[in-house]
Each structure stands twice: as structure tokens, then as C-alpha cells.
Design a protein around this ligand. Structure first.
Ligand code: KG4
Ligand code: ZN
Length: 333
């Protein structure tokens, strides 16, 4: 009889979602429970670190218990416990790490530390998609904007990053200045979809020819336009803003793929939940003969299953951690 595929639990508490996901064999999601803190942070228009860690503490064991229940499993059925140890908010990361250590110690299973960005990079694999190395990954979330050449699991070279705001952050800030609420990404996308035209905003081009991004100028341009008193509705502002973001993401990512002669692009991170962004990538990919991979919306935003998957890839390589595993808020790839 074939050996059962290893079952890994992934714990994710790097920002404002408390999540635990259980994945078998690196692709089969048995459960993926996400407890969102949106209600707690929305009145402040952004994540308040102290409130986030307190809320993780209240929720972590409930979320882990629920993930086991939905998977129909007991702690004893787990082969390993994976946890995000960075990048992220230190107080939030520590809650997940301590919970993972407790599970590892009590049930005598390996502890696996996962870089949150690796979770986002490989999240498309959770839905049965498979891609070959090398590929270009674009990870765009509330805290990150990274263009990365991925030559193998654990083999990353960063080609471009943001020099100021991350893409998700700029969506959130534009939503705040238009009084749309938090998180801003889905709200801006919704209004952009209703627009009949988009205000023209310039795409930020790096004068030094680098593949880095800059979005703070765009945010200022939206604010200036709003304050100028010109008679334009929020829908057209959101559409124009979103178009300018898409132009920057598309042009840089495809230019990097062409320069490296790589025919595969993998997208990940909360901003990829934006259907217009994905559609534009697919359209350009078809034109340029480049294969596109991205997860469905619910696996784009932070979740435990993507950490369990990255944990499984490390489990196979026996890349385990000791109990001195610590939070690393500034962890890079
Ligand atoms: O990956 P994620 O859940 O958390 C981080 O690792 O940061 O990403 C959250 C970010 C937020 O900034 C949110 O506004 C953005 O992803 N986001 C979107 C959309 N859905 C979420 N941005 C644009 N369009 C969306 N539909
Ligand atoms: Zn994330």
C-alpha cells in the first residue's frame, strides 16, 4: 500500500489575519481557517500592531482547533507544524511561533519556520497548478512589492522592489483619502469596475532604468487631483489609479521576464486578488507567449494553507528548526 502523504499544519499570524491551514502532500487543502481582524482595525484605517497581537493571542487556539475539526483530524495525525517567522509585525509573529513550538513540543513533530513571501510565491501550487523552474515571481501585498527570479525552491534573486509604498499599501492609502474604508484594495477595485473612464495618471518610470517600483508619486497625484476641485467622481479616480498601477506592474514584470529569457510568470500576494490585474497579466502573457500562474482570490490574501505548503516543501528537505526559532520582522527572501 502507498505510504500516506505527509499532513502539515501551517500557522500564519504575520499581520492582521489569524490563520491555520492543513495541507496533505503539498497540494491537497484539508482546511484553511482565516479569522480576519478587519473590524478591529478598520476604524483606524490601518493595522494597529498592539491590537493585532492581542487579537492573535485570543484567537490562535480557536483557529487551530477549527482547522483540525474541519479537516477531521487530531493533533496526533500531523507530521509537522510550519509557521511564518517573518517578515511581519514582531508581536503578531511571536504569537504564531509560540503556538507552533507548543504543538511541536507536545506532539513531538518537527517545527518548520517559513518565510511569509515563500508562502505567497508557491500558493498557486495549492490548486493543482504546477510550474517549472526558473520563473519570475511578482509578489504584491500590503507590505511587499517584490520582483524575484526563482531558480529553484530556496533559490531567489530579487530583481526589483518598491522604493516607497508597497502596492497594497498604496491601494489602502488611496482608499483612505477617498474615504472608502479599510482594506482599500477590494473597495478601489469595486469602484474602478463601475467607472466609464479613468483619469490619466502617469506611470512611474525609474530614471536609472532599474526594475524597482515607486508608488508614492502616484498617491500624491491622486490626492492633488482630488483636492484640485475638478468635477470627477471617485469611480474615475479609482479606475485611473488602478490603470497606472497595472501599467507599472505589467511593464516591469514582462521586461524582467524578457531580459532573463524566462517564459513563466507566477503572481502572488493580496493584491493579486484583484481580477482586473490578473486579467491584464493574462492578456499580455498571451500576446508575449508567456505562461501565467496565480492562485484564486482566497489564496492570494494571507492564509495558513500557503504556509503549510511551503512548510511541506521544507519538510521534504528536512529543513527543521530548533526551539530557539525567533520572529524576524525584516526577513528577506
Ligand atoms: O497578502 P496580504 O493579505 O497581506 C500582506 O502580506 O500584506 O495583502 C493585503 C493587501 C492589502 O493592502 C489589501 O488592500 C490588498 O492586499 N488587496 C487588494 C485586493 N484585495 C486585497 N488590492 C487590490 N485589489 C484587491 N482586490
Ligand atoms: Zn501576505
Amino acid at each position: 500500500m502507498a505510504k500516506p502523504e505527509p499532513v502539515i499544519i501551517g500557522i500564519e499570524t504575520s499581520c492582521d489575519d489569524t490563520s491555520a491551514g492543513i495541507v496533505q502532500g503539498g497540494s491537497k487543502i484539508l482546511s484553511n481557517v482565516v479569522s480576519s481582524q478587519i473590524k478591529i482595525h478598520s476604524e483606524f484605517g490601518g493595522v494597529v500592531p498592539e491590537l493585532a497581537s492581542r487579537s492573535h493571542l485570543e484567537n490562535i487556539y480557536i483557529v487551530v482547533g477549527e482547522a483540525l475539526k474541519q479537516a477531521g483530524l487530531q493533533f496526533e495525525d500531523l507530521y509537522g507544524v510550519a509557521v511564518t517567522y517573518g517578515p511581519g509585525l514582531v508581536g503578531s509573529l511571536l504569537v504564531g511561533i509560540e503556538a507552533a513550538k507548543a504543538i511541536s513540543y507536545v506532539y513531538k513533530i518537527p517545527l518548520i519556520g517559513v518565510n511569509h513571501l515563500e508562502g505567497h510565491i508557491f500558493s498557486s501550487l495549492l490548486e493543482g497548478q504546477s510550474f517549472k523552474f526558473p520563473f519570475i515571481a511578482l509578489i504584491v501585498s500590503g507590505g511587499h512589492t517584490e520582483l524575484v527570479k526563482v531558480s529553484g525552491f530556496g533559490e531567489y534573486s530579487i530583481i526589483g522592489q518598491t522604493r516607497d509604498d508597497a502596492v497594497g499599501e498604496v491601494f489602502d492609502k488611496v482608499a483612505k483619502l477617498l474615504d472608502l474604508g479599510y482594506p482599500g484594495g477590494p473597495k478601489v477595485e469595486k469602484l474602478a469596475n463601475l467607472a466609464t473612464f479613468g483619469v490619466k495618471f502617469p506611470e512611474a518610470v525609474m530614471k536609472d532604468g532599474s526594475f524597482d517600483f515607486s508608488f508614492s508619486g502616484l498617491k500624491t497625484a491622486v490626492r492633488n487631483f482630488k483636492n484640485s476641485g475638478k468635477n470627477t467622481d471617485n469611480n474615475s479616480l479609482c479606475a485611473g489609479f488602478q490603470d497606472a498601477v497595472i501599467a507599472a506592474l505589467l511593464n516591469k514584470t514582462f521586461a524582467v521576464a524578457a531580459k532573463n529569457r524566462i517564459k513563466r510568470i507566477v503572481l502572488g500576494g493580496g493584491v493579486i486578488a484583484n481580477k482586473t490585474i490578473c486579467a491584464e497579466f493574462v492578456k499580455r502573457g498571451k500576446k508575449e507567449g508567456i505562461e501565467l500562474f496565480f492562485p484564486s482570490s482566497k489564496l492570494c490574501t494571507d492564509n495558513g494553507a500557503m504556509i503549510a505548503l511551503a512548510g511541506y516543501l521544507k519538510y521534504q528537505r528536512k529543513e527543521f528548526c530548533d526551539y530557539d526559532l525567533n520572529a524576524d520582522p525584516g526577513l528577506t527572501l
